[in-house]
Design a protein around this ligand. Structure first.
Ligand SMILES: Nc1nc2c(ncn2[C@@H]2O[C@H](COP(=O)(O)OP(=O)(O)OP(=O)(O)O)[C@@H](O)[C@H]2O)c(=O)[nH]1
Ligand SMILES: [Mg+2]
Length: 361
């Protein structure tokens, strides 16, 4: 396995470098723009390929071609790397105002299905002066309801089994890899990965590649019976992470099918992935449609792709499901956090600046 960082003036040029060095099968872990808006703006891509492929096909790059000098460690050391530009106070204030405004809008809409009659009574028009305090109070009440819970350990000597479920493209596979990295590299657990995603071309390869890079076993369950069999084969693992195929939350058959697959697997904990970019109505539909599976907790993904978290906060509180983990970017394993209550509180109160602050520490 080989992981490299490439820099060029534009994304296509950086991709060219990747192809030249690692071949067509390289896996792109991350892409970001450095020194954005300055004359030094450039694109950085982190990509990987396995060792054999590299030996056969990858010509060596000259030092001039690859400007990134130090390669980040693949693993826990790379997590929460300090960022160059700490958040500015002004920006922080703007973000908090945005969050408060969102709550204000929601308050006006008066459309929250989960609200109690007590809260509903606060929807009577309020004088502007006290409205702000009321919104803040109401927001804090909502945030207080959100609980945090991580992986639950069952019987010692048997693996903990978790499965990531959720709609298409919310980041299940990427998060499965981040979870594997966290529990394997940080907690020292013996992790096995299983892919149940045979719907999409290349989906199993995506998980397999991550597993190969971390040198973890990875199985593919093609038929229903394959799943308990694969779990049984890895009875000596500490943790089994199952990645599932994403489907539309409006596809009623999908949840029934998942339930059918999971039925013979004892003590399986389902983690529902919710993307922060999902619209309020759809979030509610997602939570409802996965409810029959009784998810153990939620993973909040793509927190970096929006700055408005009010709907997410509301839906999570309403769903009464604890938050387990957070993801805030495409980088594996860096853009991942095990949720904790004090952080979640400040994140939902302050918005993105709280995340930036956290990542600089
Ligand atoms: N910005 C951002 N992108 C993310 C995050 N997590 C995953 N992604 C990206 O979202 C895209 C989809 O991620 P996947 O992990 O393939 O999503 P999935 O839920 O497994 O998708 P399906 O299997 O097709 O349902 C990829 O480009 C990921 O890199 C995140 O926290 N932030
Ligand atoms: Mg996937």
């Amino acid at each position: 396995m080989i992981i490299k960082k490439f820099e060029a003036s534009t994304a296509p040029k950086a991709m060219e470098l990747v192809k030249k060095a690692l071949g067509e099968n390289a896996v792109i872990f991350s892409q970001k723009t450095l020194d954005k808006g300055t004359p030094y703006q450039r694109v950085e891509i982190m990509a990987a390929t396995d060792y054999e492929m590299d030996k056969k096909t990858a010509p060596l790059l000259s030092e001039k071609e690859v400007q990134g000098k130090s390669l980040p460690t693949y693993g826990y050391d790379a997590i929460r790397k300090p960022q160059k530009n700490p958040p500015q106070r002004q920006k922080k204030q703007l973000e908090s105002r945005e969050l408060a405004n969102n709550f204000a809008k929601l308050l006006k809409e008066n459309t929250d299905p989960w609200e109690s009659d007590k809260k509903r009574s606060t929807h009577a028009p309020l004088p502007k002066a006290i409205q702000r305090n009321q919104i803040k109070k109401w927001r804090d009440e909502v945030i207080d309801q959100i609980q945090v819970e991580h992986l639950l350990s069952h019987t010692p000597g048997t693996p903990d089994i978790i499965a990531l479920v959720g709609p298409t493209g919310v980041g299940k596979t990427t998060t499965a890899a981040k979870l594997a990295a966290w529990y394997h590299l940080h907690e020292g657990k013996k992790v096995t990965m299983i892919s149940m995603d045979c719907y999409r071309i290349g989906a199993t390869d995506q998980l397999r590649t991550y597993a190969r890079i971390m040198r973890l076993p990875c199985e593919v369950a093609v038929r229903k019976d394959d799943l308990p069999a694969a779990v049984a084969r890895h009875h000596d693992a500490d943790l089994i992470i199952i990645d599932t195929a994403g489907k539309s939350p409006y596809d009623s058959k999908h949840v029934a099918e998942l339930a059918d697959w999971f039925a013979p697997v004892p003590n399986i904990q389902l983690l529902l992935c919710l993307s922060a970019t999902t619209k309020k109505e759809d979030l509610s539909q997602i939570v409802n449609s996965y409810q029959p599976l009784a998810p153990h907790s939620v993973i909040l993904t793509k927190l970096d792709e929006t700055r408005a978290y009010a709907s997410l906060c509301q839906q999570v509180a309403a769903a009464n499901m604890p938050v387990g983990y957070l993801t805030m970017g495409q980088r594996v394993p860096e853009d991942f956090m095990v949720a904790d209550k004090p952080f979640l509180d400040s994140f939902f109160k302050q918005g993105w600046p709280a995340m930036e602050q956290h990542m600089t520490n």
